[in-house]
Structures are given as C-alpha cells and as structure tokens.
Design a protein around this ligand. Structure first.
Ligand SMILES: [Zn+2]
Length: 245
C-alpha cells in the first residue's frame, strides 16, 4: 500500500516538475514565426497561443506597501479583479536582442533603463502595454505599462541560448522570454468593468526602443474575452507576490 502511495507521489511530482512550457513551445508557434534572415537583427513577437491559453480572471488582495501598489500595477488597495495572462516575447530575427548591462557607460539603451526597487534590477521602461478594449476598439482600461528585464526562458527555434539574464539582458535568436501570469503586474486591473465582451491587447516594443529591422512579425497580439458580472465570484489568488523578473 505504502509502495503504491509512494509511486503515486513520484508520478505527481514528475507532472509538477516538468514545466509545461518547456515541452509545448517548439511546435506550431515555431512554425508560425520561424527565425528568418533579418540582417542580423532581432524581431520580437508575442507567442499568441500561450497568451490565450493562460488567460484568466481572478480576485486578489493588495495591501499598502506591496510591490504592485508601489509600481502602480493596480488602481488601489483592497480586493481587485485582475485579468492576467502570459506574455512570452520571442525573438524570431536571426540576431540576438542584446540589451546588456545598465552599468556599462556605452550601453546604447542607457536612457531606456529604469531601476525597479522591488526587483533589485533594471528594467527597460514601458516595453509592453496591456490594454482592454471594447469590441468597437475604444479603450476601456488604458495602458498598463510593464517594464521588462530580458532573458532567455525557453527555446522555440534554433540552437543554444547565449545565457542572457536580468544582469546582462537580451534574448537569443530563436528563444523566448517568459513573463508568466503570476508575476506582479502581468495583468490588467479590470475592477468594476461591466459584464460584456472585450478585446485584450498586448503591444511590445511599444516605445520603439529596439530596432527590429524589417520587423516581419507583428508587435501586437490580441484576443476576445468575456468579462463576467463584477458581482459574480471568481477564483481568489492571495499567494505571495512574485517579482523575480
Ligand atoms: Zn524585474
């Protein structure tokens, strides 16, 4: 009996330990956005499948002093209704996105960096904009701007990663930088938004910080969403804030 139980625990553990992203990302998305000759430049594009697949609406409690409040990622303290999703920024150009280290005096993006005190590292300011639109495309919840630190999370196409991380930032050609929905700010605050059909839109490289060469692949991704009546209960997620990216 105990042996069986042990086996069961091992199987469950294996299921939990294998990150779903690591196995799922190299399939059809890689075929949609293959790495192409972009004159050695990066071309950034959001993984549209993961964006849609991970989207959910939850309630979450925000206290004074939390990073979300400090960063203005929600409209106020207390319970907020949050529409959250994954943003994976893929680099489908044939050159790495090299953002580098803020402390390098010759860093070409020095002006675009800002220090994120909750994170203890620098972000590229306003890299992505998350918006909720009406079906007639007027804006309901305006641009929550998310800063980014760029790193290699997983492979879509191509070979080995060059190992970019938050200290020396970038995305290797063929790799993606995964901003998962549990990260603080990886959402739109939809508190008080009436029930109805809407469009969720993500724009990347929104400030035009990075030269994407011919930029064959779009810098925007969107999907439709039905927002339930605000009085209707949704899942509550009060797990600890995640700010490790
Ligand atoms: Zn960060």
């Amino acid at each position: 009996m105990n042996k069986l139980k042990g086996l069961f625990v091992i199987i469950i553990t294996l299921l939990v330990v294998i990150p779903p992203a690591a196995i799922s990302q190299r399939t059809s998305v890689s075929r949609l956005f293959p790495v192409y000759n972009n004159g050695g430049k990066s071309d950034l594009v959001v993984d549209p499948q993961r964006f849609v697949a991970q989207m959910e609406i939850i309630d979450r409690l925000f206290n004074e002093g939390s990073c979300a409040i400090q960063e203005g990622a929600v409209g106020g303290t207390g319970y907020r209704r949050i529409l959250r999703f994954d943003t994976v920024v893929m680099n489908s150009g044939d050159g790495d996105l090299v953002v580098g280290d803020r402390s390098d005096p010759n860093n070409p993006y020095a002006d675009a960096f800002e220090f994120a005190p909750c994170h203890g590292h620098y972000h590229i300011r306003d890299f992505s904009v998350y918006e909720l639109l009406n079906t007639d495309r007027t804006v309901v919840v305006a641009g929550h701007k998310q800063g980014f630190c760029f790193e290699d999370s997983f492979k879509y196409d191509g070979g080995k990663a060059n190992g970019y991380n938050c200290a020396f930032q970038g995305i290797t050609s063929g790799w993606g930088d995964w901003y998962y929905k549990q990260l603080t700010g990886q959402w739109i605050d939809i508190t008080g938004v009436p029930e109805g059909d809407y469009i969720v839109r993500v724009r990347i490289n929104a400030a035009g910080t990075f030269d994407e060469g011919t930029n064959r692949y779009t810098n925007a991704v969107e999907t439709s969403i039905h927002v339930p009546d605000p009085r209707k209960k949704v899942t509550i997620d009060n797990s600890a804030e995640i700010i490790d990216k």
